[in-house]
Design a protein around this ligand. Structure first.
Ligand SMILES: NC(=O)C1=CN([C@@H]2O[C@H](COP(=O)(O)OP(=O)(O)OC[C@H]3O[C@@H](n4cnc5c(N)ncnc54)[C@H](O)[C@@H]3O)[C@@H](O)[C@H]2O)C=CC1
Ligand SMILES: [Mg+2]
Length: 337
């Protein structure tokens, strides 16, 4: 492709399935040449199970596309999402497999699954089954591809915008306005009263799952102000002290930067006023209760035993890290908010 002439990098592209559905193939047997890169990865890591969920990196995408009657021109829609340790560029491409209006409408999901000897699975599921590095690549791909899909036209001129080679921006040719991918800051806070932590449920959460309290930053707010406002709005508590823990890119609902904090409220000021327009439930949990759930944090196990009434976000979610941190280091020194 002329677009990438002059780079020494061999393009490795993983297949992305349009809009929130699926980005990963569950590779079972990695014999096909098309999966050569995946096969190499498997043989390097001897402990890996063959059934493990992995991103399918396609070393010979152009050949595969031509097999399915596709013009390799669609590779120009791919976006740069990272780089291997060997400095090979990784691109992601949205194949638009479910879209009848897409230029790729002739690509059939079932045929591609057969060719890849795998199956597409839901992105939300995949993110929690992959290793951290692959999950991060996938999260970047999802957010970037969705952003491009939603910014096809200039909001000033109404003219089509044009993606640059790497996909780091779009430009309106008629007025040279440059559009950059957006990230919305979200604070996620684990509130504690010193001995218990506050966990909440939104109606959209999977059944039985509780998490930390989250909310989007409003324009003009500092992170500290967002934390205070969200906690006051959603459960009616006043934050006494607050400290930052970590952050994570999260591709839902679009592209957010999750900023994780621990907050404490004053002992004696712990009565909850749950905002039922935002939350389905909120409750205080003891360290022992939370530690028990963390130890066996698999919803299906819990259903079988019936012993644990709730479960927590999976390991990869920053909420999980926050909760684990609180269980393991209850006395980390907080800073005044
Ligand atoms: N990775 C993790 O562990 C967790 C991640 N989250 C994420 O945090 C996000 C925010 O949490 P919520 O409690 O839902 O936020 P929230 O408490 O701010 O309420 C969501 C509402 O805020 C409004 N809103 C304001 N700015 C928005 C924007 N830029 N994009 C979308 N909606 C906006 C919308 O009306 C939306 O319905 C969720 O979308 C969820 O994906 C939530 C919990 C755990
Ligand atoms: Mg919220």
């Amino acid at each position: 492709m002329s677009l990438y002439c002059g780079t020494a990098c061999r393009r490795k592209i993983f297949w992305c399935y349009r809009l929130l559905s699926t980005y990963v193939t569950k590779t079972r047997i990695c014999q096909a040449r098309i999966l050569e890169w995946v096969a190499v990865s498997f043989s390097r890591g001897s402990s890996r199970s063959r059934d493990q969920t992995r991103i399918a990196y396609i070393a010979e995408l152009e050949r595969l596309l031509s097999k399915f009657g596709q013009d390799s021109q669609i590779l120009e829609d791919s976006v740069l999402i990272g780089c291997s340790e060997e400095q090979e560029a990784w691109f992601a491409l949205d194949l638009g497999l479910n879209s009848s209006s897409s230029i790729n409408a002739s690509l059939q999901k079932a045929e591609i699954e057969t060719a890849l000897q795998g199956s597409f699975i839901k992105l939300t599921k995949a993110l929690f089954e992959l290793n951290v590095k692959d999950a991060s690549l996938l999260s970047t791909a999802q957010a970037l591809l969705r952003w491009h899909d939603a910014h096809q036209f200039c909001s000033r001129s109404g003219q089509p915008t044009k993606k640059n080679v790497s996909g780091s921006k779009r430009v309106c040719p008629s007025n040279n306005i440059i559009y950059y991918p957006q990230v919305a800051p979200v604070v996620i806070t684990l509130v504690s009263d010193g001995t218990r932590c506050l966990l909440v449920r939104q109606s959209s959460f999977p059944k039985g799952m509780y998490s930390a309290l989250a909310g989007f930053c409003d324009i003009g707010e500092s992170l500290e102000e967002t934390v205070r406002r969200e906690i006051a709005e959603e459960v009616g508590l006043e934050v006494d002290r607050l400290h930052y823990s970590a952050s994570q890119h999260w591709p839902f609902p679009n592209s957010t930067l999750m900023i994780a904090c621990h907050a404490t409220v004053k002992p004696g000021q712990t009565e909850l006023q749950v905002n039922l327009r935002e939350l389905e439930a909120a409750a205080w949990f003891s360290r022992d209760e939370v530690a028990t759930v963390l130890r066996r944090n698999n919803p299906s196990n819990q259903q079988q035993s019936g012993a644990v009434p709730f479960w927590l976000p999976p390991k990869l979610a920053i909420a999980h890290q926050l909760i684990k941190e609180w269980v393991e280091k209850p006395t980390c020194s907080p800073l005044p908010a």
